[in-house]
Design a binder for this molecule. Structure first.
Ligand SMILES: Cc1cc2nc3c(=O)[nH]c(=O)nc-3n(C[C@H](O)[C@H](O)[C@H](O)COP(=O)(O)O)c2cc1C
Length: 400
């Protein structure tokens, strides 16, 4: 099977012309041996390469290219299959994009063995690179300039779990603004009585009791927040929309517990997953009205994991939107994820919605998303959830 791959990258140090010619000669020789062909566009600062070849050989070539320290911020833009090679006469052809910014089609068509239709995605990407249209500031960050320093959260930790009749407890995980060194809110994540993952809390319950348990368990989360003296820090809790609709006076019950534990509705955020909001939209809308009427704000959780996020946003705009970890993982290397997240951030900016990225595990993911305009972050990079307590946070410090 013939695979094609397109990536762009950024030069990591100044490069002499003969060094570049040398690199291309070596690349061409190796590609020829491996049955790989393609083109390399260069604009003085960035590379853009189209390579094609047998699946295995192409993967190995890409790994080799990625490991070259001459460039960094290597972002995969397209990984696909094609019926035949397009540039089989060119093991590797260097084209200076600056000489062809008005029309890149001419120099590349000289090497084409199969013509590219104008709607071809690779061709569109090539044209976008040559015109400079793709450029953005998100590759300006330098990971090495940041160090992480762990500081206690400043909140108390419980020595003993909350004594409750409900067989569950909560782990708290901060959602942070890393550049202001502030904890925006803490999310209460449900755990079983023995610390097991969320599904173990529900697996032995009859389905008819899920919603009641879902709602009542939040009492423990609120009591925990109160016992930890969270002050005016916000608390995020997860709720199924159906729990707020099917249980009579659910919102009143929630409100009563918020007050009982000395919190205010304004500091509570109810997170509802995109999937639940869409699949039970009528229930969700009703629940929403009730929550908003008492001053509780709403966040859409796992945005981008489902199938209908944008149509949901057209109907309802939450205060906060959490970008799903599926879109976050390795975003600094993934062109399609970058394009989607940029569009989400842009859309949220226009609608006045705060964006949160969840599942951040590496400095690269955080720095890319921060540069793209995401406001708040949650993930192991900053803090892991802590059962019955608020963990210390690992804050980024700029060293250069
Ligand atoms: C922008 C760029 C494009 C590259 N393209 C290819 C390529 O198409 N095929 C290949 O085998 N290596 C490619 N390389 C890797 C270099 O050809 C080569 O491995 C590197 O200069 C080190 O050479 P050496 O390992 O033989 O010393 C590329 C490297 C860079 C920075």
């Amino acid at each position: 099977m013939l695979s094609i791959l397109v990536y762009r990258s950024r030069l990591s140090r100044p490069l002499a012309q003969d060094e570049l010619s040398n690199l291309v000669d070596k690349a061409a020789k190796r590609n020829q041996e491996n049955g790989v062909s393609g083109i390399l566009l260069f604009d003085g600062e960035h590379f853009f390469q189209y390579i094609e070849g047998p699946d295995k050989a192409l993967k190995a070539t890409y790994e080799h290219i990625r490991s070259d320290p001459l460039h960094h911020h290597v972002v995969t833009l397209l990984s696909d299959y094609a019926p035949s090679a397009r540039f089989s006469n060119w093991a590797m052809q260097l084209i200076d994009a600056r000489d062809h910014s008005s029309s890149i089609v001419e120099p590349i068509s000289a090497g084409l063995t199969t013509p590219l239709p104008s709607h071809d995605r690779a061709l569109k990407l090539i044209k976008a690179f040559a015109s400079g249209r793709w450029k953005d500031h998100t590759t300006d960050f330098v990971t090495q300039n940041w160090q992480f320093e762990t500081r206690a959260s400043g909140f108390e930790t419980l020595a003993e779990p909350i004594n409750s009749i409900l067989p569950c407890q909560f782990a708290l995980q901060p959602i942070v603004d890393p550049l202001r060194y502030t904890i925006s809110s803490v999310e209460a994540l449900i755990r079983s009585a023995t610390g097991g993952p969320p599904y173990t809390c529900f697996e032995n319950l009859p389905a008819a009791e899920h919603h009641l348990f879902d709602l009542e368990s939040k009492r423990n989360a609120l009591e925990l927040a109160s016992r930890l003296n969270i002050g005016d820090c916000k608390l995020s809790i997860n709720l199924l929309p159906m729990s707020l609709v099917s249980i009579p006076n659910a919102v009143d019950q929630l409100l009563a517990n918020i007050e009982k534990f000395g919190l205010t509705p304004q500091q509570v955020i109810v997170e509802v997953t995109e999937e639940e909001a869409i699949s039970h939209f009528d229930h969700f809308e009703l629940a929403l009205k009730k929550l908003r009427s008492v001053g509780i704000s709403v966040a859409i959780d796992d945005f981008g994991a489902g199938f209908a996020g944008l149509s949901l946003l057209a109907k309802f705009q939450p205060e906060k939107l959490k970008i799903d970890r599926l879109l976050v993982t390795d975003i600094h290397q993934d062109g399609p994820k970058q394009a989607i997240v940029k569009a989400i951030v842009e859309c949220c900016k226009s609608l006045g919605i705060t964006t949160i990225a969840e599942g951040i595990e590496t400095p690269e993911e955080w720095l890319w998303l921060q540069a793209a305009g995401v406001e708040l972050f949650q993930g192991f990079l900053f803090a892991k959830p802590l059962i019955n307590g608020i963990p210390a946070v690992s804050w980024p410090i700029l060293t250069k």
